[in-house]
Design a protein around this ligand. Structure first.
Ligand SMILES: N[C@@H](CCC[C@H](N)C(=O)O)C(=O)O
Length: 277
């Protein structure tokens, strides 16, 4: 049996979407996700997304980084599967229940409420997460925010001047972050505008990171640098992030289907059996 997939992206952050909501698929494990994500020998993606039935929401979304790690949240993929669903959706994730709905400017997602406690980031030991007394070369005084997944944010004059290929993996794997971390470097350009680059945990430098945009906007709002609605421009384009009075984060932006195809699971070492429906 061949497995059908949809290739999608949100501002160039790209996904293989596998749909096991109505038809069981062979189990997807870390090794299969890594093999499928390979840009030379597989289909290629930053994240593999697996949709399954859910008792809590309309469906469950599982997220695997390109390195095979299964993680809690992915903002851009949430918009992508919202587009695929075609109507408002309640999406169960490891990071919580999210709400995605079509809007005038693409797809809007209620991403949940941010967490700031050191043990909810998580960090390895207690520390003020609002102004962390740590640094890596010119990257100093970060703020840490968990928006379903963990982020550390550095405010700099020019994100494009930062050597992310060197500093990204160094910070991602620092023992201060027991579950590793997504690394954001951002510049505030106006009370309602920021630029951002993200080194993603388990995927490296991507063209866009939805949760990174949320965490960075919230970090800047907490420090009083921007207002409660801000446009965050990533290499792949802009996302609008709003922090509502009830503390819910709302992310709005585009999602795109690139193409559909199918593959033979045996080519990716996938065992026989079923996951999902
Ligand atoms: N690209 C995503 C984030 C994907 C997960 C992240 N790399 C992690 O490990 O937490 C997004 O758009 O949010």
């Amino acid at each position: 049996m061949r497995i059908e997939f949809t290739k999608m992206h949100g501002l160039g952050n790209d996904f293989i979407v596998l749909d096991a909501r109505e038809r069981a698929l062979p189990p997807i494990d870390s090794a299969a996700a890594t093999a499928l994500a390979d840009r030379h020998t597989g289909i290629g993606c930053d994240q593999l997304i697996l949709l399954e039935p859910s008792t809590e929401g309309d469906f469950r979304m599982r997220i695997f980084n390109a390195d095979g790690s299964e993680v809690e949240a992915c903002g851009n993929a949430t918009r992508a599967v919202g587009l695929l669903h075609g109507r408002p959706a309640r999406i169960e994730t490891l990071g919580g229940l999210l709400h995605a709905s079509p809007s005038d400017n693409g797809i809007s997602v209620e991403m949940g409420k941010p967490r700031f406690d050191w043990d909810r980031i998580p960090l390895a030991y207690a520390m003020d997460t609002h102004s962390m007394p740590v640094g890596w070369d010119e990257l100093t005084d970060p703020i840490a925010v968990n928006v379903g997944n963990p982020h550390v944010i550095f405010f700099v004059a020019d994100p494009y001047a930062v050597d992310m290929d060197r500093l990204g993996p160094l910070i991602e794997t620092d023992p201060l972050f027991p579950e590793r971390i997504n690394v954001n470097v951002a510049a505030v350009t106006a009370r309602d505008a920021m630029t951002l680059r993200v080194w993603e945990r388990g995927a490296g430098l991507t063209r866009a990171c939805g949760t990174g945009a949320c965490a960075t906007a919230i970090g800047a709002m907490k420090r009083g640098l921007v207002d409660r609605r801000v446009t965050v421009t990533l290499p792949g384009g802009p996302l609008v992030i709003e922090w509502r009075e009830d503390s819910e984060i709302v992310m709005t932006g585009p999602a795109t289907e690139s193409f559909r195809g199918s593959f033979d699971p045996a080519d990716y070492g996938m065992p026989a059996g079923g996951t999902g429906a």
